[in-house]
Ligand binder design. Structure first.
Ligand SMILES: [Fe+2]
Length: 273
């Protein structure tokens, strides 16, 4: 396991992930960093630079040009290993499995060998200290990079993940995670678990806004990101990525709820939006 220790970081920080090849959203996030005067070394990307949208190579190049610390997401691991799928473990025949074939194949074709090689060198954990609190950045879970931790996941499951992570990186006060695409915050004992959501795709709540984390003093605030989705939709259509995620960027609802726990699925989803 590759652990990157950034040491002590001072000043406000931006935490973002799930770019999902949505270059327009990434540019909006970088503009936020500029407007808030937050340097690249105070920004951390939590992985999945590449996924559903069309600007896979452009998004990787933009992240690399920005030069912030980057954690490996499952998409980076799979692409660097020339794997056949995104590594989310979707069951064969499910909607997510069928949808992922389209965008993953596009990403495999578009991302250059030099960027796949770079992805293979990304760390599995990032740790740092900020305002006397120790933070660990993971992608999905501590036991599995592609584990989904949801707002409805029970405390015992999250506590077990925290315990595993402490065994890997030592004492931590706060965990920063992503992968599920849905932001959440939970306090378990003395440890806080924050999922910062994703900047590249809305979180299935009917809003087109996406999300990132803003670390100020001792608190991570979930912020909404606004950007021009029309640009992203246009590039998706040009690339033939019209299986449903292009509509999500405006409707705010995912094209499939297969991965979601039943209690988080919208009843009206079955009737068709
Ligand atoms: Fe992921």
């Amino acid at each position: 396991m590759k652990i990157s220790d950034l040491g002590e970081i001072q000043g406000d920080m931006l935490l973002f992930g799930g770019i999902y090849s949505n270059l327009a959203a990434l540019k909006a996030l970088l503009l936020v960093a500029k407007q808030k005067n937050i340097p690249a070394e105070n920004c951390i990307c939590t992985g999945d630079i590449v996924a559903y949208c069309a600007d896979a190579e452009g998004s990787v190049n933009a992240v690399r040009a920005f030069s912030c610390p980057v954690l490996a997401g499952n998409c980076e691991v799979q692409l660097s290993e020339d794997a056949q799928d995104c590594g989310c473990g979707f069951e064969e025949g499910t909607e997510c499995s069928i949808l992922s074939r389209g965008w993953y194949a596009h990403a495999v074709r578009q991302v250059s060998d030099k960027n796949k090689l770079w992805m293979g060198g990304l760390p599995d954990r990032i740790v740092f200290t900020h305002n006397a609190r120790r933070y660990a950045v993971i992608h999905g879970g501590a036991t599995d990079i592609a584990r989904f931790i949801w707002p409805v996941t029970d405390d015992a499951t999250i506590a077990a993940e925290i315990s595993t992570l402490i065994g890997q990186v030592g004492h931590i006060d706060h965990i920063i995670a992503s992968h599920s695409g849905i932001p959440m915050q939970r306090v378990i004992g003395d440890t806080t678990w924050t999922n910062i959501g994703a900047i590249g795709m809305p979180c299935n709540n009917g809003s087109s806004l996406t999300s990132y984390g803003y670390l100020k003093e001792k608190e991570i605030i979930i912020k909404e990101l606004e950007y021009d989705a029309n640009v992203t939709i246009s590039t998706m259509k040009s690339a033939g990525l019209t299986q449903g995620y292009q509509n999500t960027l405006q409707s705010g609802y995912w094209p499939s709820q297969d991965t979601l726990p039943p209690e988080m699925r919208h009843q009206s989803f079955a009737k068709g939006w």
